[in-house]
Design a protein around this ligand. Structure first.
Ligand SMILES: NC(=O)c1ccc[n+]([C@@H]2O[C@H](COP(=O)([O-])OP(=O)(O)OC[C@H]3O[C@@H](n4cnc5c(N)ncnc54)[C@H](O)[C@@H]3O)[C@@H](O)[C@H]2O)c1
Length: 410
């Protein structure tokens, strides 16, 4: 039996436990939880955990009493870093939700804590380990493009209303969508091209689509414009957009979302990024796209070829520039986070069992945050911003194709 302790047993981590981790390891039990909302956290437990679960007031007492084999941190964004830094001292395998930090101070604290820690961490970066991204990385490492010279990555989010009507609308918790969203994308971009981001210029537009002057805390059921509003349950049903509104979700045009002056999530944002290898790339994320406008993926090119893929179509294409051929492949779609959550489940269970190593290290999580923080700062100041780098040794292990090839994971 694996004895798991959870900090913040919310929607995301409880879903992973029930749908992914238990599939890999049926004998996993949640034996301890730290969460101030005991009733809510308990309601999200599987039946097999309800009999034996113990709630603890803090991490220290849970680790002291629950005889844990592993820890998982699933709180909202701004609490990941303080809990992770505190967890580092216990040396237990740790599953850590992203973003691993939302400020420079938090990121540096996490880096320091893990520099002295025996804990190995699986950061929740499903895109990096998804079958499509792994295939692309294998092609690139195998010379499909020659030396990578450019990457274009896009994220046209078809469920973007969640960043304006649900708890994610709270800018104090998210610190904006470079940190909340692009942490995945800047991570997999660096991973694919085998080099960290060292400099960023970014722009963000806010308050042009979402946000506005509607009263604070307004909900659709109390709004006389709901019938005409595109961000209402009526409209979502009519257009079959796949968007939903949960109990308590608020108006996406409410004044309580914040403003460009006070801070709010962006409607869209873009970053021009320079890599340590000397190549450059572009990343763009758009939060008001819907339905078939959905796109998430990248195009990586070099003198000898181009590799491009999209997680929504599930297709990857390899073009040889100097030979008359293209190779479309479709390794699968419609999986949880494009198959990445299943891969991370195997990584975490193998790590706990001592049978494998993490592919999404805490260093990858921190390095991505340093790049996201640079993008945020650049979008606020209009200047190029240098990206802080995690320690050298950690870096080399992060991006070296050779190490992965030697381990047989490519
Ligand atoms: N990796 C991914 O692809 C992915 C996907 C979805 C969500 N997420 C991340 O998961 C995180 C959680 O999202 P969610 O939708 O599950 O949120 P949630 O609100 O459902 O869960 C958060 C939980 O933390 C608890 N909590 C609040 N304060 C706490 C405290 N001081 N100590 C311990 N627990 C506390 C809450 O009661 C709740 O149970 C977010 O940061 C989000 O970015 C990641």
């Amino acid at each position: 039996m694996i004895r798991l302790g959870v900090i913040g047993h919310g929607l995301r981590i409880s879903g992973l436990i029930k749908d992914c981790w238990r599939e890999v390891e049926p004998d996993l039990r949640v034996v301890g939880i730290v969460d101030p909302d005991e009733a809510g956290a308990r309601s999200r437990l599987d039946e097999c955990d309800r009999q034996t679960i113990v709630f603890y007031k803090d991490l220290k007492s849970m680790v002291g009493k629950a005889k844990l084999d592993a820890l998982a941190i699933g709180t909202r964004c701004n609490l990941h870093a303080p809990y992770a830094a505190a967890a580092a001292q216990y040396g237990l395998p740790l599953y850590l939700e992203k973003p691993v930090a939302v400020s420079m101070e938090q990121a540096v604290t996490v880096e320091k804590a893990f520099n002295k820690s025996k804990s190995e961490v699986v950061v929740s970066f499903p895109l990096r380990v998804s079958p499509l991204c792994s295939l692309a990385r294998g092609h690139i490492a195998g010379g499909a493009v020659g030396t990578p010279e450019h990457i274009l990555a896009v994220n046209y989010v078809p469920y973007g209303s969640v960043y304006f009507n649900s708890a994610y609308r709270d800018f104090r918790v998210t610190q904006g969508l470079f940190l909340q969203k692009a942490t995945h994308d800047l991570d997999y971009m660096s991973y694919l091209v085998g080099s960290p981001i060292v400099r960023v210029a970014a722009m963000a537009t806010r308050g042009r689509v979402f946000g506005g002057k509607r009263p604070a805390d307004l909900v659709c059921s109390a709004c006389d414009e709901a019938g005409r509003c595109f961000e209402s349950p009526e409209s979502y049903n009519r257009t079959n957009s796949g968007e939903t509104l949960g109990d308590g979700d608020k108006c996406a045009f409410g004044e309580d979302i914040g403003s460009p002056e006070t801070g709010m999530n962006e409607d869209s944002s873009s970053a021009l990024v320079e890599f340590a290898s000397g190549m450059h790339g572009v990343y763009t994320q758009v939060f008001y796209s819907r339905g078939a406008a959905a796109a998430r993926g990248a195009t990586i090119s070099g003198y000898h070829g181009t590799v491009s893929f999209d997680w929504y179509t599930g297709e990857i294409k390899r073009v040889r520039h100097h030979e008359p051929s293209t190779d479309p492949e479709q390794p699968g779609k419609d999986l949880s986070h494009f198959g990445g959550d299943g891969e991370l489940a195997h990584d975490f269970i193998d790590l706990i069992r001592g049978k494998g190593r993490t592919r999404t290290t805490v260093w990858a999580g921190i390095q991505s945050i340093y790049a996201c923080l640079a993008a945020k700062e650049s979008s606020e100041t209009g200047r190029f911003v240098d990206v802080k780098q995690v320690a050298d040794t950690a870096h080399r292990a992060l991006y070296a194709y050779e190490e992965e090839q030697a381990k047989g994971t490519l």
